[in-house]
Design a protein around this ligand. Structure first.
Ligand code: HEM
Length: 226
């Protein structure tokens, strides 16, 4: 069974299927946006389309961040090294959805106004921390290529990519601070993040072991930070 899963994960068509699956949220949203743009009203986007799109893209950002962070624990628990082939793509999808999320706010809510945007960043703490999460994801997306792993050196690159944990934490705090009453969902995301982090801490290798693993894998991009 484990061998079959390994074979499926190693197949290049699996990557195509997963890529398509990651596009589903935006493909589901696109026709509704088209209806809104052409008719001025789309029932699928509710009476407040900007709020709906902001929430929709925010939800998918946090989900993709947590899915990306689940790859290493799942790889270790099920002994499936090939799972790592999907991590970069999942992380880039998190970035794709956070860009849509940010642009919805900046374009449709703030109408490209930098002063208005800045006013919101300093006035609302959930926007401040959301921006912080976004800012942390930017260098990760830029340096996600094999070329950047070589340029920075694996150790430095790995250290930089640990920012994803803080970006996810910023995303969860952002969500917790923006909800008015029912905090169950942000708390659930926080619990998932905490479990993923505790798993990492519990399975952290000693420094010599990590150095050996690094030496064996550098400069392969398949070995992203744990
Ligand atoms: C790591 C980065 C981020 C994550 C994970 C994230 C996630 C989320 C989530 C989960 C929601 C709530 C969705 C719901 O209620 O169903 C949300 C709402 C929102 N986010 Fe973000 N977000 C991030 C960054 C940002 C940034 C950079 C901005 C803009 C500067 C932003 C602006 C907003 C706004 C305006 C809302 C709606 C607030 C409201 O309804 O009162 N977010 N975000």
């Amino acid at each position: 069974m484990s061998k079959l899963v390994g074979q499926i994960l190693g197949n290049r068509w699996t990557k195509v299927v997963l890529f398509t699956a990651c596009l589903v949220p935006i493909l589901l949203l696109a026709p509704r946006l088209w209806t809104l743009a052409t008719t001025g009203y789309s029932p699928g986007l509710t009476a407040n389309p900007i709020e709906y799109i902001t929430h929709y893209t925010g939800d998918w950002t946090i989900r993709f961040l947590l899915i990306t962070l689940s790859v290493t624990p799942l790889r270790k628990i099920f002994n499936q090294p090939k799972l790592v082939r999907y991590r970069r793509m999942l992380g880039l999808f998190a970035f794709f959805y956070v860009c849509l999320h940010f642009l919805t706010w900046f374009v449709l809510d703030k109408f490209f106004s930098l002063p208005e945007m800045w006013a919101d960043v300093i006035k609302r703490r959930y926007i401040t921390v959301g921006m912080l999460g976004f800012a942390m994801l930017l260098p990760l997306a830029v340096t996600s290529t094999a070329g950047w792993v070589r340029r920075l050196g694996f150790a430095k690159w790995q250290r930089l990519h640990r920012l994803i944990y803080f970006a996810a934490l910023a995303g969860v705090i952002h969500y917790y601070w923006l909800v008015k009453s029912d905090v169950r969902l942000p708390l659930m995301y926080f619990a998932i993040l905490a479990v993923l982090m505790l798993y990492r801490l519990a399975t952290r290798k000693s420094t010599p072991q990590r150095a050996a693993v690094r030496a064996a894998t550098t400069p392969n991009t398949a070995s992203l930070p744990d």
